[in-house]
Every structure is written in structure tokens, then in C-alpha cells.
Design a protein around this ligand. Structure first.
Ligand SMILES: *Cc1c(COP(=O)(O)O)cnc(C)c1O
Length: 360
């Protein structure tokens, strides 16, 4: 194996995927697996497909291509609002997309017409988080505009919470989504089958039985891969929080003082670091850095190892209390617990992806 590498335990991912499918389906929710955090990696997509997901979504067209190839037959959705300049590819690659702009809907309608097909749209409603979505008092206008777009099917309404504004999903904002759906159904004179109530931040609400019965879809990424809901990052019992392990090679081991020598200014990333004097400490450097991972999202497997900081390509560790004193050339392991950490690892072509299939 080449380092740095991220090890994926497919058995644990399978367990997580099946847990989510079971918990959702017994509440009559058909979940969509969101694959952007792993760049729709072929092996992971196949694992989710085999576990039984019938709907998958991603924010990038290139990743939708991977879904088409590795999870044939699943419904594919584009999560990020479509780019008008890529309306045609959107219609070609996705059966549905999330939308909030009439101009874009017109472009999708035109593309669907040109291709001799149809395209499903989920109208996003902003119920307070201030990311994407139509403001509730503009739903009626949106409905009127949609009536002229004959190659589009309005398959759902959706919302996204806890993303930009950090707004907690609750009964009030869910009710706002359902009201928007009624208004839209009234204008269109048709039933809108899907109500997509949110993401991994809705999980506590689901567990508490507080998701309204009309909600029949959630778009879930973080909880499947990391085994935690995303409002408070609470681990879910029965799920694995250690699907992903980062392995990095030790490049230097030396005793050094815990305070830098000389006057200090900004570090490589424009931050002014603070130090506490703990005397001389044994430190190690491993060959991975901020270019490939967000260090805050890593948890060393050895509880005696602490992450001190990182530059682009070096992660600096305090190994004074390590269970085993690391040597140059050793490989240290870190559980990937953070969403950004996972996102960057899969986006980086410098990080090897290694699949573990057997039982742990
Ligand atoms: C990323 C994304 C999701 C999934 O969010 P998680 O927190 O990973 O569950 C859902 N909906 C949209 C629109 C997204 O962009």
C-alpha cells in the first residue's frame, strides 16, 4: 500500500446502510443516499446499491456518471442547484434535480424537449436556513411559471436545514414545507408525490417520531458514512463510527520543546497559533496534511497520541504518551470522524483508497 491511504471497511458501511434503510422504511420514508462526501467512489456506490438503496444523489455531474455506471437502475438526483449552462447534461445524467430558479427550470425544460424526454424536479423551499430554496411567499409564482414547462414533472418539494444557518429541523419548519406543497398542488392542480424533508440533521426528529407523516424522503450522506446525526454530531447506537481509517507514514520522531523558539507571527494558513509550555515532548511528523485532510476530523487510534497541528503536507503529533513509541517508517492510524476530513480525503488524488472486505 502507498501512503497516505484511507482504508474503507465495506462491511461496516454495509451495516450502516442497512440500518438507515430499515429505520427509514419502517417509517415509510424512502431514503436517498448522498454520495458527494466520497466523490461517488465506485466501490462505495456498489456497496450502497447492494445494501438496497433505490435512490442516490450527488452534487456533481461527474459523480452522477459514476452512479449511472456503478449503481445501474437507481434513481439519480442532482443535489446542487443545476447550472443553466449544463442543463442538457443534467437531464441526461439525472432523473431529477433540486431547483429554486425559474430561469434554470426553463433551461431544463428546453433540454428535456430537445432530448425527447422528461425531467423530474423537486422544488426547494427555504423554510429558514437561508441556503437554497424559494421563499414560501413566492411559491405561487413558481407554480404559475411551472405550468408552462411541459417537459418537466414536479415530483416533489424539499428543504434543507442545518446547512448554512444551522437552523434545527422542527415541527414548525416542516409545517412550512407542507404548506408550500399544498399551495403548489393548488396551482398545478396535481398531487406532488415526494416530500423531501432534509438531511442527516433530521435524524433526531425521526427517532423521536416527530417527522410529519407526509415526509416520505430524506437525503442522507453523513449519517450513512460516519454513523452520526449532523445537528450535534451524536453517534447513533447500532451504527459504526469507524468506517474510514486514515493511514499515514511516520517521517520524523524527535524530542522538541513545546514552545517555538523566536518571535512568532502567522502560520502557513494566516492563523496566529497559541502554544502552552509542557516542556520537552516526543513529537512525530506523519506524511499527510491540510492539502488532503482536515486535521480536526481525525482521531488517532492510539489514545496517547494528540494532533498538535498541520501544514499542507505534514501532520504534527505529540507522541510522548503513545502506547508504543513510533519509529520512522511506521504507519499510524486515525479514525476519520469529521465530514470535511472525509470529503477532502476522497477528493485528493494523492490519497490511496483501500477497500477492506472481510469481517473485522
Ligand atoms: C449534501 C446534501 C445533503 C446530505 O447532507 P448530509 O448532512 O450529508 O446528510 C442533502 N441535501 C442536499 C441538498 C445536500 O447538498
Amino acid at each position: 500500500m502507498q501512503y497516505p491511504a484511507v482504508e474503507v471497511n465495506l462491511k461496516r458501511l454495509d451495516t450502516n446502510a442497512r440500518y438507515i434503510l430499515r429505520e427509514c422504511r419502517r417509517r415509510e420514508i424512502e431514503p436517498t443516499a448522498v454520495t458527494k462526501v466520497v466523490s461517488a467512489h465506485p466501490e462505495l456506490v456498489r456497496c450502497l446499491h447492494a445494501a438496497g438503496f433505490r435512490s442516490m444523489a450527488d452534487s456533481r455531474l461527474a459523480n452522477l456518471r459514476s452512479l449511472a455506471q456503478h449503481a445501474p437502475g437507481v434513481q439519480r438526483g442532482l443535489l446542487r442547484l443545476p447550472m443553466p449552462s449544463r442543463a442538457r447534461e443534467t437531464v441526461e445524467l439525472a432523473q431529477l434535480s433540486l431547483n429554486s430558479e425559474v430561469e434554470t427550470l426553463k433551461a431544463l425544460d428546453g433540454a428535456a424537449g430537445d432530448l425527447g424526454g422528461r425531467h423530474g424536479v423537486v422544488i426547494m423551499v427555504d423554510v429558514g436556513d437561508l441556503r437554497e430554496g424559494v421563499w414560501p411567499d413566492e411559491i405561487e409564482d413558481m407554480g404559475n411559471a411551472l405550468q408552462n414547462l411541459s417537459h418537466l414533472d414536479v415530483v416533489g418539494v424539499g428543504t434543507n436545514l442545518a446547512c448554512y444557518g444551522g437552523v434545527i429541523p422542527d415541527e414548525e419548519n416542516m409545517a412550512r414545507l407542507l404548506r408550500a406543497r399544498s399551495v403548489l398542488q393548488g396551482v398545478l392542480g396535481r398531487r406532488i408525490p415526494m416530500v423531501s424533508g432534509g438531511n442527516s440533521a433530521n435524524w433526531s426528529m425521526l427517532e423521536a417520531g416527530e417527522v410529519p407523516g407526509e415526509v416520505n424522503n430524506l437525503r442522507l450522506g453523513e449519517i450513512i458514512f460516519l454513523g452520526n446525526e449532523s445537528m450535534y454530531r451524536r453517534p447513533i447506537a447500532g451504527m459504526h463510527q469507524d468506517v474510514f481509517t486514515l493511514c499515514a507514514e511516520v517521517l520524523e520522531v524527535k524530542v522538541k520543546p513545546s514552545m517555538p523558539l523566536g518571535e512568532t507571527g502567522q502560520d502557513a494558513f494566516g492563523q496566529t497559533p497559541q502554544f502552552e509550555d509542557h516542556g520537552d515532548r516526543l513529537r512525530a511528523i506523519v506524511g499527510v496534511g491540510r492539502a488532503d485532510v482536515e486535521p480536526d476530523g481525525l482521531q488517532p487510534e492510539d489514545p496517547g497520541i494528540h494532533i498538535l497541528g498541520a501544514s499542507s503536507d505534514h501532520l504534527i503529533l505529540d507522541v510522548e504518551s503513545a502506547e508504543e513509541r513510533p519509529a520512522v517508517g511506521d504507519v499510524l492510524r486515525f479514525t476519520v470522524r469529521g465530514y470535511s476530513a472525509l470529503l477532502y480525503l476522497f477528493m485528493s488524488r494523492y490519497v490511496e483508497k483501500s477497500m477492506i472486505r472481510e469481517l473485522p
